[in-house]
Design a protein around this ligand. Structure first.
Ligand code: ADP
Length: 244
């Protein structure tokens, strides 16, 4: 029985690693041909728009848009597979500085939407600072994107000392999420809205979950539709690196 369980879990680990490798190679190798399609459709649009007929202009527009969307999707997929494949670079990491970097990276979106991000007293943790930046950046980008119509987002980040771990909260005043969707949204490609309503690929939260799990923690959501969403994650004080 034990042998059978061991063989089974080895097989699962192997097929998981193969899938990871497939996602990485496919997204990496697709970049080059896609770059060609994107740049030549953009050239076509620059040189020939207004010189053919209206239908041709429209078709070229669709092709440019599709290629750009695919580039975005592939770069997010690559980021997702890198979270697992790269060795964790664990160092004492000041989460205040990490949030600051994430906010700087999102500068344009924050400014355009008139959003406010507030944080203070976050801890210093043993963690991979690059991965933590990705985590905060994805949560903040969502808080800004899913703000209520005609309102600016207000996001508060805090952390609570829970003994063996730190529990972080990222709370927004946006459109909120129904509790029945609270688990599903962490699955890759899972989205609750059409692309027409809110742009996106459905990869952001699965990256967040991966980062937290690799650091031996867990992530969950408390949300009230129409009031806002609070994403929480717990990170252990003593590093328990996990891959999977
Ligand atoms: P994306 O943002 O590209 O759609 P994510 O994986 O980041 O993908 O999020 C999955 C879905 O979870 C989103 O499409 C949205 O429906 C929901 N969601 C995530 N963050 C928030 C938030 N702060 N407020 C409301 N809904 C959210």
């Amino acid at each position: 029985m034990e042998d059978e369980i061991r063989a089974h879990s080895e097989m699962l680990l192997r097929s998981n690693a193969e899938l990871e490798r497939f996602a990485y190679v496919a997204s990496h190798d697709l970049q080059e041909p896609l770059r060609m399609v994107a740049s030549f459709t953009q050239l076509l649009s620059q040189r020939y728009s207004g010189r053919l007929d209206e239908t041709a202009d429209r078709y070229i527009g669709y092709a440019v848009d599709g290629a750009k969307r695919m580039q975005h999707l592939i770069s997010e997929l690559l980021a997702y597979s890198r979270v697992n494949s790269k060795e964790l670079d664990v160092n004492p990491t000041d989460c205040n500085a990490v949030v600051s970097t994430a906010v700087r990276n999102l500068g344009a979106a924050i400014e355009e939407s008139g959003s406010a991000v507030l944080w203070s007293g976050l801890p210093v943790l043993l963690a991979d600072p690059g991965q933590l930046t990705l985590l905060f950046q994805n949560l903040l980008a969502n808080a800004i994107k899913f703000r209520r119509r005609n309102e600016s987002a207000r996001v508060e980040i805090s952390a609570e000392d829970a003994g063996v771990e730190w529990v972080f909260s990222v709370a927004d005043n946006g459109i909120g999420i129904e509790p029945r969707h609270a688990k599903k949204i962490f699955q890759i490609f899972r989205r609750l809205h059409s692309r027409g309503e809110y742009p996106g690929t459905g990869i952001g939260l699965s990256v967040c979950e991966k980062v937290v799990e690799r650091h031996g923690g867990r992530i969950w959501l408390d949300s009230e539709p129409g009031v806002g969403s609070t994403f929480r994650f717990a990170l252990p004080k003593i590093k328990k690196e996990k891959r999977g």
